[in-house]
Design a protein. Structure first.
Lengths: 136, 134
């Protein structure tokens, strides 16, 4: 699979598969900007990469059933738990790489939504520690 | 697997709680008014990862006789109301799980008011849109 349409990302938080409640999944890996500008920089800012960090952004449908997104995340607020995000499939391969690590569940919105809309909520969890990519 | 037939039948069952209103989960050859007919209008797949959410939109067509314009209009007013014993919205949402076949459902609105000709007879008709989440 090369280019693909997003329909089947696999999202697992704390070993609970929340894919069926998830409408959007995004993992961003960042590097801090460490400035090394000096008098020999020729008038331009110079940078080096600093510490890496990540953010796991997820949009969920509210689901209070056992094993649902709401019920699962509510119990995890304030804890660091594992996550696994597989692009386009349910098992890691070269076409469907897996990214895993830990995230801090630092926020949760138990109730959200406008009248007449499907109840949804968005979360943005910072990663803790290394993010690992697997293709098998 | 989404059982569309079961969803249509469940909507028709909910509609049948309205006294005096016939229901049909499929489009009949010769409707016998007053009757509410359930039709599938559209499906939105992939509302969540791995087919976790599919949204089906059904159309409910309520057909009443036009033997008396005043009576038919008042009858349609009752069906169109957001509450009351003959409210289509109240009847459909009386069991939002649709007999356990859906996560939720909602009558979104009345989408059309007009007349309908069947077998050389003119009827009054109104249409509703129902969103069903499975």
């Amino acid at each position: 699979m090369a280019k693909y349409v997003v329909t089947s990302q696999s999202v697992t938080i704390n070993s609970v598969d929340l894919s069926a409640d998830c409408a959007r999944a995004e993992l961003v890996i960042n590097s801090a900007d460490v400035e090394t500008t000096d008098f020999s920089s020729g008038g331009f800012v110079e940078l080096q990469g600093g510490l890496k960090s990540g953010v796991l952004n997820l949009d969920f449908h509210a689901d209070y059933a056992s094993g649902g997104a709401s019920e699962t995340l509510e119990a995890l607020v304030g804890t660091v738990v594992t996550f696994v995000l597989i692009a386009g499939g349910t098992s890691a391969s070269t076409d469907t790489p897996s990214f895993s690590g830990s995230v801090l569940i630092n926020s949760f919105t138990p109730v959200a939504g406008a009248v007449g809309d499907l109840a949804t909520f968005s979360v943005s969890f910072p990663t803790s520690g290394a993010i690992t990519k697997a293709t098998s | 697997m989404t059982d569309i037939t079961a969803l249509r039948e469940a909507i028709a069952t909910n509609l049948a709680t309205i006294s005096g209103l016939r229901t049909d989960s499929e489009v009949p050859d010769s409707p016998n008014p007053p009757v509410a007919i359930v039709e599938l209008e559209s499906i939105d797949y992939d509302g969540a990862m791995q087919q976790g959410l599919t949204t089906l939109t059904f159309k409910i067509i309520v057909i009443v006789s036009r033997q008396s314009d005043r009576v038919s209009q008042r009858s349609l007013n009752d069906y169109a109301s957001q509450n009351g014993a003959r409210s289509i919205k109240i009847a459909v949402e009386s069991d939002r799980s649709l007999n356990g076949n859906a996560m939720d459902c909602r009558v979104q609105g009345l989408t059309s008011v007009g007349s309908l000709e069947l077998n050389n007879t003119e009827y009054s008709a109104i249409e509703f849109s129902v969103a069903v989440y499975v």
